[in-house]
Design a protein around this ligand. Structure first.
Ligand code: NAD
Length: 258
């Protein structure tokens, strides 16, 4: 029995930088169940990387569209292009975040106005902006899933301005869920455990965080991007039809520990 029922559904996946990206873990599973996956990328260089990871997926239904979440024009162009081509968007995976390196390395108190605003714009407001652009095409109801991290609610050394951006992202998830719920659009966030990706390289304390999870989490190990992708599939599918506005932890249970 096909419990997920994502076959032939049009799902936008934002944030594949390479084969280690959390978004790629999700995209692979979506392709395997027969969804049409529309990838978005920020720069030409990332487009090449997506095309490279898709080399083994020529038989599948994929598309690649440019979308820089710092630009309203780029977002509008991307979703108009997707909307005109596909008519309906059934799901959206927002797996995008960025902060200036110095704002992760310096003391938090040294965060600049520009650095703070840039992290918020890229990592939190972008969810609102893409929900707004995708909404006209979400006429059959839809599921939006974003990626967050425990640093939104706890202080994690070196996560700094990104923790503040994730707090805003989680609040935005709840407000969007409320605002869009009557239209049948669900909005949830997955709070993923630490996974070695390009973005994680920017967090100076990343190795320490990995060790702490191994030591202290109930499962005594780190999670894989496969496990995050599995939960994302559930959140995109009708299996989670009664769930919206939630932060779902896929972190070996680390968040419950004192
Ligand atoms: P990643 O570097 O593979 O993905 C981040 C993506 O954001 C990249 O594809 C990058 O191109 C994209 N991006 C950045 N600025 C953009 C912009 N202006 N426009 C469009 N795209 C832009 O790293 P990842 O770890 O897969 O990160 C994906 C998400 O998961 C992020 O939100 C991250 O904070 C979150 N997350 C990661 C971890 C972890 O340990 N890796 C844990 C919890 C949450």
């Amino acid at each position: 029995m096909d419990l997920l029922q994502l076959k032939d559904k049009n799902i936008v996946v934002m944030g594949v930088a390479n084969e280690r990206s959390i978004a790629w873990g999700v995209a692979k599973k979506l392709l395997e169940v027969g969804a049409n996956v529309i990838f978005t990328y920020r720069k030409e260089r990332s487009k090449g990387k997506i095309e490279k990871v898709l080399a083994d997926y020529t038989e599948y239904n994929t598309d690649v569209v440019q979308c820089d979440v710092n630009s309203d024009e780029s977002i509008a162009n991307a979703f108009n292009e997707i909307g005109e081509k596909y008519g309906v968007i059934h799901g959206l995976v927002h797996s995008v975040a960025f902060a200036n390196a110095e704002d992760l390395h310096n003391r938090f108190v040294e965060t600049t106005r520009d650095g703070y605003a840039f992290a918020q714009d890229t990592s939190a407001y972008s969810l609102v902006a893409v929900a707004k652009a995708a909404r006209p095409y979400m006429s059959e109801g839809a599921s939006i899933v974003t990626m967050t991290y425990l640093g939104a609610e706890r202080v994690l050394d070196g996560y700094n301005v990104m923790g503040v951006a994730k707090a805003a992202l989680e609040a935005s998830t709840r407000y969007l869920a409320y605002d869009l719920g009557a239209e049948g659009i669900r909005v949830n966030a997955i709070s993923a455990g630490a996974i070695r990706t390009l973005a994680a390289k920017g967090v100076p304390s990343f190795n320490t965080i990995l060790h702490q999870i191994e030591e202290k989490s109930p499962l005594k190990r780190n999670v894989t991007s496969d496990e995050v992708a599995n939960m994302t599939m559930v959140m995109l599918s009708n299996l989670s039809s009664g769930v919206t506005g939630e932060i779902i932890y896929v972190d070996s249970g680390y968040n419950i520990m004192g």
